[in-house]
Design a protein around this ligand. Structure first.
Ligand code: M3P
Ligand code: FE
Length: 311
């Protein structure tokens, strides 16, 4: 297998100020499918093209944001190997027993120097999609229910020590840097788009004084047409939109940034470039991010909310 070690983003747990309202949004407006509820009251959901048990976990809380981000790894031997390497690097790791998250094996958890909890796990129950695995049909009604993204795609996280985060992801976890932004009049990398696959990115970071912050969780749409359809559905449900529809120069993805009812930003994202570990990263200046259209190709400006509104 060419893809080894960390395979893909697997799940995020999000905090909802009103869980029922959050479930109505993620299930009925975004169009994810509810796959379970646990004894702690958490609600599990997946998108129509995802085949593992869940990708989004919602829980009731008194502040919004993200509890943790999990990546699926190829084998439990990878958990042992990454645990040893993370510890050698001075990071504290913790094992969370199988079954703590529904239908999920043991998780290896550590805190990044940016203040985010990252988890690695090797096992999650394969529940399949409505297409089935044999002679799949080309369409099922599930892919037209609500905004209906294909999958959870990535997250953009805000916090300090982005230089250490880059080192941990590239040297230990085997990611490559696809694109980055340097800070004004500086060659310090202040924003990173990191990949464990050959997608445009699997996780991204922007430097920020407060640790552990969420900028957005992103959902992959089949086409830019579906991003425009998402804009219609957002309007019909009075969902508050931040930016878009437009294109990001960085990743070249079609996008809308909008807010869920708890104030967590989410993105409907389509297309985007591809990346490979042998290619040098694409470099953006701070001016390139704003006036150069890195953030918003159509408007070529820095939106104030991009730097200030996080949960
Ligand atoms: C993304 C993202 C920016 C480009 C972003 C591309 C923020 O998919 O993470 O939103 O300049
Ligand atoms: Fe994004």
């Amino acid at each position: 297998m060419a893809l080894t070690g960390v395979l893909r983003p697997g799940h995020v747990q999000l905090r909802m100020l009103d869980l029922d309202e959050g479930v109505r949004f993620y299930r009925d407006v975004l169009g994810l499918e509810e796959t379970g509820r646990d004894a702690a009251g958490r609600v599990y959901l997946k998108a129509w093209d995802e085949r593992d048990h869940h990708s989004i976990v919602l829980r009731q809380a008194d502040r919004a944001g993200m509890d943790f981000f999990g990546f699926k790894v190829a084998s439990s031997a990878d958990l042992d190997r990454f645990e040893a390497e993370l510890r050698d690097d001075g990071l504290k790791t913790e094992r969370i027993p199988a079954g703590d998250l529904l239908e999920t094996g043991e998780r290896l958890r550590f805190e990044l120097p940016s203040g985010h909890l990252i988890e690695l796990y090797a096992e999650k129950t394969f529940v399949g999609s409505h297409f089935g695995q044999k002679d799949p049909k080309p369409w099922t009604p599930h892919q037209d229910r609500g905004i209906a993204p294909m999958r959870f795609d990535h997250a953009l996280l805000y916090g300090p020590n982005v230089d250490r985060v880059l080192d941990i992801f590239t040297r230990i976890l085997g990611f490559h840097l696809a694109e980055y932004v340097t800070l004004p009049d500086s060659d310090v990398k202040g924003a990173l788009w990191l990949c464990c696959s050959n997608k445009a990115h699997d996780i991204a970071f922007v430097i920020h004084p407060e640790p552990g912050k969420l900028h957005h969780v992103s959902f992959y749409m089949e086409s830019i047409d579906r991003v425009f359809r998402a804009a219609d559905i957002m309007a019909a449900h009075d969902i508050k939109v931040d930016i878009g529809p437009t294109r990001h120069g960085i990743t070249r993805g079609g996008t809308i940034y909008a807010w869920d009812p708890s104030g967590n930003r989410f993105e409907t994202f389509s297309g985007g470039n591809s990346s490979y570990p042998d290619l040098p990263p694409i470099a953006w200046t701070w001016e390139g991010l704003g006036e150069g259209g890195g953030l918003d190709v159509a408007h070529r400006t820095m939106h104030e909310t991009f730097l200030t509104v996080v949960t």
